[in-house]
Design a binder for this molecule. Structure first.
Ligand code: AHR
Length: 498
Protein backbone atom coordinates (compact mmCIF):
# COMPACT_ATOMS: atom_id res chain seq x y z
CA UNK A 1 0.00 0.00 0.00
CA UNK A 2 1.32 3.49 -0.82
CA UNK A 3 0.22 6.56 1.06
CA UNK A 4 0.62 10.04 -0.38
CA UNK A 5 1.75 13.24 1.25
CA UNK A 6 2.45 16.75 -0.10
CA UNK A 7 5.28 18.87 1.21
CA UNK A 8 5.58 22.58 0.52
CA UNK A 9 8.79 24.37 1.34
CA UNK A 10 8.47 28.13 1.60
CA UNK A 11 11.72 29.30 0.03
CA UNK A 12 10.65 32.96 0.21
CA UNK A 13 11.05 32.99 4.01
CA UNK A 14 14.20 32.56 6.03
CA UNK A 15 13.96 30.85 9.37
CA UNK A 16 16.63 30.73 12.07
CA UNK A 17 20.09 29.30 11.48
CA UNK A 18 20.41 25.66 12.49
CA UNK A 19 23.42 25.94 14.76
CA UNK A 20 25.89 23.17 13.99
CA UNK A 21 26.09 22.44 17.72
CA UNK A 22 22.63 20.91 17.56
CA UNK A 23 24.71 17.97 16.31
CA UNK A 24 26.74 17.85 19.56
CA UNK A 25 27.88 14.60 21.15
CA UNK A 26 27.99 13.62 24.80
CA UNK A 27 30.92 11.62 26.23
CA UNK A 28 30.74 10.66 29.88
CA UNK A 29 32.94 8.51 32.08
CA UNK A 30 30.34 5.75 31.84
CA UNK A 31 30.79 2.12 30.87
CA UNK A 32 32.90 1.81 27.72
CA UNK A 33 31.99 5.29 26.46
CA UNK A 34 35.47 6.74 26.95
CA UNK A 35 37.70 3.89 28.09
CA UNK A 36 37.84 1.42 25.18
CA UNK A 37 35.36 3.50 23.14
CA UNK A 38 37.69 6.46 22.61
CA UNK A 39 40.75 6.03 24.79
CA UNK A 40 42.75 2.79 24.72
CA UNK A 41 46.11 4.16 25.87
CA UNK A 42 49.36 4.41 23.97
CA UNK A 43 50.45 0.85 24.80
CA UNK A 44 47.25 -0.78 23.53
CA UNK A 45 47.37 -3.37 20.75
CA UNK A 46 44.37 -1.54 19.28
CA UNK A 47 45.82 0.87 16.68
CA UNK A 48 45.85 4.32 18.21
CA UNK A 49 47.24 7.82 17.94
CA UNK A 50 48.68 8.93 21.27
CA UNK A 51 46.16 6.67 23.04
CA UNK A 52 43.01 7.53 21.00
CA UNK A 53 41.79 4.63 18.90
CA UNK A 54 42.24 5.28 15.18
CA UNK A 55 39.08 3.62 13.88
CA UNK A 56 36.80 5.65 16.15
CA UNK A 57 38.74 8.85 15.46
CA UNK A 58 38.36 8.38 11.71
CA UNK A 59 34.63 7.63 11.97
CA UNK A 60 34.07 10.72 14.14
CA UNK A 61 36.09 12.93 11.80
CA UNK A 62 33.85 11.76 8.96
CA UNK A 63 30.86 12.73 11.09
CA UNK A 64 32.09 16.33 11.49
CA UNK A 65 31.29 16.36 15.20
CA UNK A 66 30.90 20.05 16.03
CA UNK A 67 30.82 19.82 19.83
CA UNK A 68 31.80 17.45 22.65
CA UNK A 69 30.29 17.48 26.14
CA UNK A 70 32.39 16.02 28.98
CA UNK A 71 32.91 14.64 31.71
CA UNK A 72 29.20 13.95 32.50
CA UNK A 73 26.25 13.71 33.22
CA UNK A 74 25.90 12.41 36.74
CA UNK A 75 29.65 11.70 36.71
CA UNK A 76 30.42 15.42 36.43
CA UNK A 77 29.09 16.12 39.91
CA UNK A 78 31.68 13.78 41.42
CA UNK A 79 34.58 14.66 39.13
CA UNK A 80 37.58 16.38 40.63
CA UNK A 81 39.71 17.75 37.83
CA UNK A 82 43.01 17.38 39.70
CA UNK A 83 42.57 13.59 39.52
CA UNK A 84 42.96 13.78 35.74
CA UNK A 85 46.12 15.86 35.20
CA UNK A 86 49.84 15.17 35.45
CA UNK A 87 51.74 11.95 34.64
CA UNK A 88 49.19 9.23 33.96
CA UNK A 89 50.91 6.63 36.10
CA UNK A 90 50.64 8.93 39.10
CA UNK A 91 46.97 9.76 38.76
CA UNK A 92 44.70 8.42 41.50
CA UNK A 93 42.36 5.51 40.87
CA UNK A 94 38.85 6.59 41.78
CA UNK A 95 35.50 4.82 41.96
CA UNK A 96 32.76 5.67 39.51
CA UNK A 97 29.91 5.54 42.01
CA UNK A 98 27.27 6.43 39.45
CA UNK A 99 28.07 3.89 36.80
CA UNK A 100 28.71 0.35 37.99
CA UNK A 101 31.06 1.19 40.88
CA UNK A 102 34.03 0.43 38.64
CA UNK A 103 37.43 2.04 39.01
CA UNK A 104 38.65 4.89 36.83
CA UNK A 105 42.41 5.33 36.51
CA UNK A 106 41.83 8.89 35.30
CA UNK A 107 44.00 8.33 32.22
CA UNK A 108 41.48 10.43 30.32
CA UNK A 109 41.48 13.90 31.88
CA UNK A 110 41.50 17.56 30.91
CA UNK A 111 44.51 17.39 28.55
CA UNK A 112 43.24 14.25 26.84
CA UNK A 113 39.78 15.76 26.40
CA UNK A 114 41.10 18.91 24.76
CA UNK A 115 43.50 16.95 22.59
CA UNK A 116 40.67 14.72 21.42
CA UNK A 117 38.44 17.73 20.65
CA UNK A 118 41.32 19.31 18.79
CA UNK A 119 41.85 16.19 16.67
CA UNK A 120 38.17 16.25 15.73
CA UNK A 121 37.99 20.03 15.28
CA UNK A 122 35.13 20.14 17.79
CA UNK A 123 34.14 22.88 20.22
CA UNK A 124 34.11 21.94 23.89
CA UNK A 125 31.40 21.88 26.52
CA UNK A 126 32.56 21.17 30.07
CA UNK A 127 30.23 20.43 32.93
CA UNK A 128 31.52 21.66 36.31
CA UNK A 129 31.09 19.75 39.54
CA UNK A 130 28.52 21.57 41.64
CA UNK A 131 27.41 18.48 43.57
CA UNK A 132 30.60 17.62 45.44
CA UNK A 133 32.93 20.42 44.38
CA UNK A 134 33.35 24.00 45.49
CA UNK A 135 33.46 27.38 43.77
CA UNK A 136 37.17 27.42 44.61
CA UNK A 137 37.81 24.10 42.88
CA UNK A 138 35.84 25.24 39.83
CA UNK A 139 37.65 28.62 39.70
CA UNK A 140 41.03 26.87 39.89
CA UNK A 141 40.09 24.52 37.03
CA UNK A 142 39.05 27.50 34.90
CA UNK A 143 42.30 29.28 35.69
CA UNK A 144 44.31 26.14 34.89
CA UNK A 145 42.66 25.92 31.50
CA UNK A 146 42.44 29.55 30.46
CA UNK A 147 45.19 31.61 32.18
CA UNK A 148 48.02 32.83 29.97
CA UNK A 149 50.31 34.58 32.47
CA UNK A 150 52.69 33.36 35.12
CA UNK A 151 50.21 32.15 37.71
CA UNK A 152 51.16 28.89 39.37
CA UNK A 153 48.19 27.13 37.75
CA UNK A 154 49.09 28.38 34.26
CA UNK A 155 52.65 27.17 34.84
CA UNK A 156 51.36 23.81 36.03
CA UNK A 157 49.36 23.43 32.81
CA UNK A 158 52.50 24.21 30.83
CA UNK A 159 54.57 21.72 32.78
CA UNK A 160 51.88 19.14 31.96
CA UNK A 161 52.44 19.75 28.27
CA UNK A 162 50.08 22.51 27.19
CA UNK A 163 51.59 25.91 26.58
CA UNK A 164 48.71 28.03 25.31
CA UNK A 165 45.43 28.37 27.21
CA UNK A 166 42.53 26.41 25.83
CA UNK A 167 39.34 27.97 24.59
CA UNK A 168 36.20 26.81 26.43
CA UNK A 169 33.03 27.29 24.41
CA UNK A 170 30.38 26.16 26.91
CA UNK A 171 30.49 25.90 30.70
CA UNK A 172 27.69 24.33 32.77
CA UNK A 173 27.29 24.54 36.53
CA UNK A 174 25.94 21.21 37.74
CA UNK A 175 23.94 18.56 35.93
CA UNK A 176 20.43 17.30 36.67
CA UNK A 177 20.37 19.29 39.90
CA UNK A 178 16.90 17.82 40.52
CA UNK A 179 18.39 14.29 40.72
CA UNK A 180 21.91 12.84 40.65
CA UNK A 181 23.31 16.38 40.76
CA UNK A 182 22.09 16.95 44.33
CA UNK A 183 18.31 16.40 44.57
CA UNK A 184 17.70 20.15 44.75
CA UNK A 185 14.65 22.32 44.34
CA UNK A 186 14.68 24.89 41.52
CA UNK A 187 14.85 27.74 44.09
CA UNK A 188 17.84 26.29 45.90
CA UNK A 189 19.65 25.61 42.63
CA UNK A 190 18.91 29.11 41.30
CA UNK A 191 20.67 30.57 44.37
CA UNK A 192 23.60 28.21 43.95
CA UNK A 193 23.83 29.01 40.26
CA UNK A 194 24.12 32.75 41.00
CA UNK A 195 26.71 32.09 43.66
CA UNK A 196 28.86 29.81 41.50
CA UNK A 197 28.46 31.72 38.23
CA UNK A 198 29.84 34.80 39.97
CA UNK A 199 33.12 32.97 40.48
CA UNK A 200 33.27 31.21 37.10
CA UNK A 201 35.99 33.53 35.82
CA UNK A 202 38.08 32.94 32.74
CA UNK A 203 41.08 34.81 31.42
CA UNK A 204 41.22 37.17 28.47
CA UNK A 205 38.42 37.14 25.95
CA UNK A 206 37.69 33.48 26.67
CA UNK A 207 34.03 33.84 27.60
CA UNK A 208 32.18 30.53 27.54
CA UNK A 209 28.45 30.35 27.07
CA UNK A 210 27.18 29.78 30.62
CA UNK A 211 24.61 27.03 31.10
CA UNK A 212 22.29 26.45 34.04
CA UNK A 213 21.00 22.94 34.68
CA UNK A 214 17.28 22.85 33.94
CA UNK A 215 14.49 20.31 34.06
CA UNK A 216 13.61 17.16 32.24
CA UNK A 217 10.74 15.62 30.30
CA UNK A 218 7.53 17.67 30.88
CA UNK A 219 8.99 19.89 33.59
CA UNK A 220 8.74 23.64 33.13
CA UNK A 221 9.35 24.84 36.70
CA UNK A 222 13.13 24.90 36.25
CA UNK A 223 12.90 27.15 33.22
CA UNK A 224 10.39 29.38 35.00
CA UNK A 225 12.37 29.66 38.25
CA UNK A 226 15.73 30.19 36.60
CA UNK A 227 14.41 32.94 34.36
CA UNK A 228 12.62 34.62 37.24
CA UNK A 229 15.43 34.38 39.74
CA UNK A 230 18.68 34.64 37.80
CA UNK A 231 19.03 38.21 36.55
CA UNK A 232 21.63 39.45 34.13
CA UNK A 233 24.21 41.35 36.18
CA UNK A 234 27.68 42.76 35.58
CA UNK A 235 29.21 39.94 37.60
CA UNK A 236 27.34 36.91 36.38
CA UNK A 237 25.67 35.43 33.30
CA UNK A 238 23.20 32.68 32.44
CA UNK A 239 23.17 32.27 28.65
CA UNK A 240 21.21 29.06 28.42
CA UNK A 241 19.11 26.55 30.33
CA UNK A 242 19.63 22.86 29.66
CA UNK A 243 16.85 20.29 29.43
CA UNK A 244 16.97 16.47 29.26
CA UNK A 245 14.57 14.06 27.66
CA UNK A 246 15.08 10.34 27.17
CA UNK A 247 12.82 8.17 25.01
CA UNK A 248 11.70 4.91 26.64
CA UNK A 249 9.51 2.52 24.63
CA UNK A 250 7.32 1.85 27.67
CA UNK A 251 7.71 5.26 29.27
CA UNK A 252 8.42 3.34 32.48
CA UNK A 253 11.80 3.60 34.25
CA UNK A 254 11.38 0.16 35.90
CA UNK A 255 11.11 -1.63 32.58
CA UNK A 256 12.16 0.50 29.63
CA UNK A 257 11.62 -1.96 26.77
CA UNK A 258 14.10 -3.86 24.66
CA UNK A 259 16.57 -2.61 22.08
CA UNK A 260 16.02 -5.69 19.89
CA UNK A 261 13.21 -8.17 19.31
CA UNK A 262 10.44 -5.75 20.26
CA UNK A 263 6.82 -5.87 19.03
CA UNK A 264 5.21 -3.28 16.75
CA UNK A 265 3.47 -1.78 19.78
CA UNK A 266 6.93 -0.75 21.01
CA UNK A 267 8.04 0.50 17.61
CA UNK A 268 5.00 2.74 17.75
CA UNK A 269 5.28 3.76 21.41
CA UNK A 270 8.96 4.65 21.00
CA UNK A 271 8.14 7.06 18.20
CA UNK A 272 5.02 8.29 19.99
CA UNK A 273 7.07 8.98 23.13
CA UNK A 274 9.96 10.62 21.31
CA UNK A 275 7.58 13.00 19.54
CA UNK A 276 6.40 14.26 22.94
CA UNK A 277 9.59 16.29 23.05
CA UNK A 278 7.93 18.84 20.80
CA UNK A 279 5.29 19.60 23.45
CA UNK A 280 7.94 19.77 26.16
CA UNK A 281 9.94 22.21 24.05
CA UNK A 282 6.87 24.31 23.24
CA UNK A 283 5.80 24.52 26.89
CA UNK A 284 9.25 25.66 27.98
CA UNK A 285 9.62 28.07 25.09
CA UNK A 286 6.25 29.64 25.87
CA UNK A 287 7.62 30.55 29.32
CA UNK A 288 10.82 31.83 27.76
CA UNK A 289 8.90 34.03 25.31
CA UNK A 290 7.20 35.67 28.29
CA UNK A 291 10.18 36.03 30.60
CA UNK A 292 12.91 36.51 27.99
CA UNK A 293 11.19 38.06 24.97
CA UNK A 294 14.48 39.28 23.54
CA UNK A 295 15.69 35.70 23.21
CA UNK A 296 18.87 36.23 25.22
CA UNK A 297 18.74 32.81 26.88
CA UNK A 298 18.99 29.59 24.89
CA UNK A 299 17.20 26.30 25.54
CA UNK A 300 19.64 23.43 25.06
CA UNK A 301 18.53 19.79 24.98
CA UNK A 302 21.91 18.63 26.17
CA UNK A 303 20.87 15.01 26.73
CA UNK A 304 18.44 13.16 24.48
CA UNK A 305 17.97 9.78 22.83
CA UNK A 306 16.65 6.29 23.47
CA UNK A 307 17.20 4.41 26.72
CA UNK A 308 16.42 0.67 26.58
CA UNK A 309 16.84 -2.20 29.03
CA UNK A 310 20.48 -3.17 29.28
CA UNK A 311 21.26 -6.21 27.15
CA UNK A 312 21.56 -9.60 28.82
CA UNK A 313 25.09 -10.28 29.98
CA UNK A 314 26.05 -6.58 30.01
CA UNK A 315 26.90 -4.67 33.18
CA UNK A 316 23.67 -2.87 34.14
CA UNK A 317 25.70 0.20 35.09
CA UNK A 318 27.22 0.53 31.62
CA UNK A 319 24.06 1.41 29.65
CA UNK A 320 25.24 -0.47 26.56
CA UNK A 321 22.47 -1.06 24.02
CA UNK A 322 22.09 -2.06 20.39
CA UNK A 323 20.89 0.49 17.89
CA UNK A 324 18.39 -0.29 15.13
CA UNK A 325 16.55 1.35 12.26
CA UNK A 326 14.06 2.44 14.97
CA UNK A 327 16.85 4.55 16.51
CA UNK A 328 17.51 6.05 13.10
CA UNK A 329 13.88 7.18 13.00
CA UNK A 330 14.13 8.59 16.53
CA UNK A 331 17.25 10.54 15.57
CA UNK A 332 15.66 11.90 12.42
CA UNK A 333 12.39 13.08 13.97
CA UNK A 334 14.22 14.75 16.88
CA UNK A 335 16.61 16.55 14.56
CA UNK A 336 13.67 17.72 12.45
CA UNK A 337 12.06 19.13 15.60
CA UNK A 338 15.28 20.84 16.72
CA UNK A 339 15.56 22.46 13.29
CA UNK A 340 12.09 23.87 13.71
CA UNK A 341 12.88 25.48 17.07
CA UNK A 342 16.42 26.44 16.13
CA UNK A 343 15.97 30.00 17.33
CA UNK A 344 16.33 28.93 20.97
CA UNK A 345 17.67 25.41 20.55
CA UNK A 346 21.16 26.30 19.47
CA UNK A 347 22.82 23.28 21.00
CA UNK A 348 21.96 19.70 21.82
CA UNK A 349 23.85 16.53 22.68
CA UNK A 350 22.69 13.07 21.88
CA UNK A 351 23.41 10.59 24.69
CA UNK A 352 25.95 9.27 24.10
CA UNK A 353 28.67 9.14 21.45
CA UNK A 354 30.22 5.65 21.82
CA UNK A 355 28.98 2.44 23.50
CA UNK A 356 26.42 4.18 25.75
CA UNK A 357 22.65 4.54 25.12
CA UNK A 358 21.81 5.81 21.59
CA UNK A 359 25.38 5.64 20.38
CA UNK A 360 26.92 6.55 17.03
CA UNK A 361 29.53 3.85 17.38
CA UNK A 362 29.79 0.49 19.17
CA UNK A 363 33.04 -1.26 19.91
CA UNK A 364 34.00 -4.72 21.09
CA UNK A 365 37.67 -4.57 21.99
CA UNK A 366 39.43 -4.09 18.61
CA UNK A 367 36.18 -4.26 16.59
CA UNK A 368 34.01 -1.29 15.73
CA UNK A 369 30.69 -0.71 13.99
CA UNK A 370 28.69 2.33 12.90
CA UNK A 371 25.09 2.37 14.05
CA UNK A 372 21.99 3.46 12.10
CA UNK A 373 22.03 6.62 14.26
CA UNK A 374 25.56 7.38 13.04
CA UNK A 375 24.30 7.18 9.47
CA UNK A 376 21.47 9.62 10.16
CA UNK A 377 23.86 12.14 11.73
CA UNK A 378 26.12 11.81 8.71
CA UNK A 379 23.26 12.21 6.24
CA UNK A 380 22.18 15.37 8.08
CA UNK A 381 25.60 17.11 7.90
CA UNK A 382 24.33 19.58 5.25
CA UNK A 383 21.96 20.99 7.88
CA UNK A 384 24.81 22.14 10.12
CA UNK A 385 24.73 25.97 10.02
CA UNK A 386 22.12 26.00 7.25
CA UNK A 387 19.12 28.33 7.35
CA UNK A 388 15.91 26.53 8.24
CA UNK A 389 12.91 27.03 5.97
CA UNK A 390 9.24 26.80 6.89
CA UNK A 391 7.62 23.62 5.69
CA UNK A 392 4.00 22.43 5.44
CA UNK A 393 3.02 18.76 5.29
CA UNK A 394 -0.44 18.07 3.85
CA UNK A 395 -2.46 14.93 3.34
CA UNK A 396 -0.71 12.79 5.95
CA UNK A 397 -3.32 10.30 7.19
CA UNK A 398 -1.06 9.32 10.07
CA UNK A 399 0.05 6.03 11.54
CA UNK A 400 -2.15 4.74 14.33
CA UNK A 401 -2.02 1.83 16.67
CA UNK A 402 -4.81 1.43 19.21
CA UNK A 403 -6.17 4.84 20.15
CA UNK A 404 -3.01 6.78 19.42
CA UNK A 405 -1.79 8.30 16.20
CA UNK A 406 1.44 9.88 15.01
CA UNK A 407 2.34 11.59 11.74
CA UNK A 408 3.69 9.18 9.15
CA UNK A 409 6.03 11.74 7.70
CA UNK A 410 8.42 13.98 9.61
CA UNK A 411 10.40 16.54 7.62
CA UNK A 412 12.58 19.62 7.72
CA UNK A 413 14.13 21.82 5.06
CA UNK A 414 17.02 24.26 4.96
CA UNK A 415 19.25 26.24 2.65
CA UNK A 416 22.97 25.76 3.12
CA UNK A 417 25.61 28.51 2.92
CA UNK A 418 26.17 27.81 -0.79
CA UNK A 419 22.49 28.30 -1.51
CA UNK A 420 21.64 24.62 -1.95
CA UNK A 421 18.22 23.46 -0.80
CA UNK A 422 18.05 20.38 1.46
CA UNK A 423 15.12 18.27 2.56
CA UNK A 424 15.13 15.61 5.29
CA UNK A 425 12.28 13.11 5.45
CA UNK A 426 11.38 10.23 7.73
CA UNK A 427 8.65 7.63 7.31
CA UNK A 428 7.63 6.35 10.75
CA UNK A 429 5.34 3.63 9.41
CA UNK A 430 6.81 0.13 9.77
CA UNK A 431 4.99 -1.42 6.79
CA UNK A 432 3.61 1.34 4.53
CA UNK A 433 5.59 3.27 1.94
CA UNK A 434 4.65 6.88 1.18
CA UNK A 435 4.98 8.94 -1.98
CA UNK A 436 5.98 12.50 -1.16
CA UNK A 437 5.24 15.26 -3.66
CA UNK A 438 7.62 18.16 -3.14
CA UNK A 439 6.74 21.75 -3.89
CA UNK A 440 9.07 24.70 -3.53
CA UNK A 441 7.27 27.34 -5.59
CA UNK A 442 9.96 27.15 -8.26
CA UNK A 443 11.21 24.58 -10.73
CA UNK A 444 13.10 21.64 -9.24
CA UNK A 445 14.71 19.17 -11.63
CA UNK A 446 15.67 16.43 -9.23
CA UNK A 447 16.11 15.17 -5.69
CA UNK A 448 19.51 13.63 -5.01
CA UNK A 449 20.97 12.30 -1.80
CA UNK A 450 20.75 9.20 0.36
CA UNK A 451 18.22 6.83 1.82
CA UNK A 452 18.43 4.69 4.94
CA UNK A 453 15.95 1.85 5.35
CA UNK A 454 15.76 -1.79 6.42
CA UNK A 455 13.45 -4.77 6.29
CA UNK A 456 13.04 -5.65 9.97
CA UNK A 457 11.92 -3.21 12.68
CA UNK A 458 14.99 -4.15 14.70
CA UNK A 459 17.46 -4.33 11.80
CA UNK A 460 20.89 -3.46 13.16
CA UNK A 461 24.58 -3.77 12.49
CA UNK A 462 26.71 -6.36 14.27
CA UNK A 463 30.46 -6.81 14.50
CA UNK A 464 30.06 -9.78 12.15
CA UNK A 465 27.70 -7.99 9.76
CA UNK A 466 28.42 -4.28 10.14
CA UNK A 467 26.64 -3.16 6.94
CA UNK A 468 23.11 -4.50 7.40
CA UNK A 469 21.76 -0.96 7.85
CA UNK A 470 23.61 1.60 5.79
CA UNK A 471 22.55 4.43 3.48
CA UNK A 472 22.23 3.99 -0.24
CA UNK A 473 22.34 6.65 -2.93
CA UNK A 474 18.95 8.03 -3.96
CA UNK A 475 18.00 10.04 -7.04
CA UNK A 476 14.64 10.94 -8.51
CA UNK A 477 13.98 13.25 -11.48
CA UNK A 478 10.91 15.46 -11.78
CA UNK A 479 8.35 14.37 -14.39
CA UNK A 480 6.22 16.98 -16.13
CA UNK A 481 7.33 19.53 -13.56
CA UNK A 482 6.28 17.31 -10.64
CA UNK A 483 8.81 15.90 -8.18
CA UNK A 484 7.71 12.83 -6.22
CA UNK A 485 10.05 10.82 -4.00
CA UNK A 486 9.23 7.36 -2.67
CA UNK A 487 9.79 6.92 1.02
CA UNK A 488 9.90 3.23 1.91
CA UNK A 489 8.44 2.05 5.20
CA UNK A 490 10.86 2.70 8.12
CA UNK A 491 13.10 5.09 6.29
CA UNK A 492 15.09 8.30 6.53
CA UNK A 493 15.99 10.28 3.44
CA UNK A 494 18.09 13.41 2.96
CA UNK A 495 18.12 14.96 -0.51
CA UNK A 496 19.38 18.09 -2.21
CA UNK A 497 16.76 19.70 -4.44
CA UNK A 498 18.33 21.13 -7.61
O1 AHR B 1 23.34 9.76 29.96
C1 AHR B 1 23.26 9.00 31.11
C2 AHR B 1 22.80 9.80 32.32
O2 AHR B 1 21.49 10.23 32.10
C3 AHR B 1 23.55 11.07 32.61
O3 AHR B 1 24.70 10.85 33.34
C4 AHR B 1 22.55 11.84 33.42
O4 AHR B 1 22.72 13.23 33.29
C5 AHR B 1 21.21 11.35 32.92
O5 AHR B 1 20.37 10.98 33.93
Amino acid sequence: VRAEVNISIDTTQTGPTIHRNIYGQFMEHLGRGIYEGVWVGEDSTIPNTRGFRNDVLKALKDLQVPLLRWPGGCFADEYHWRDGIGPRDKRPVTINTNWGGVTDNNAFGTHEFFEFADMLGSEVYINANLGTGSPREMAAWLEYMTADGDSTLAKERRSNGRDKPWRIHYWAIGNEAWGCGGTMTPDYYADLYKHWATFAKTSGDNKPIMIASGGHTAQTEWTQTLLEQVPETWSMRMNAISHHYYTLPTGNWDKHGKALGFPETEWFSTLFNTLKIEDYIKENLAIMEKLDPENKVGFYVDEWGTWYDVEDGEDPGFLYQQNTIRDALVASVNLNIFHQYAERIQMSNIAQMVNVLQAMILTDKEKMLLTPTYHVFKMYIPFQDATSLPIAINGDKGYSLGEDKIPTVSASAARDKKGKLWLALANTHPTEATDVTINTGSKIKQAKGSLLTAKAMDAHNTFKNPNVVKPEAYKRKAKNGKLVVSLPAKSVMVVALD
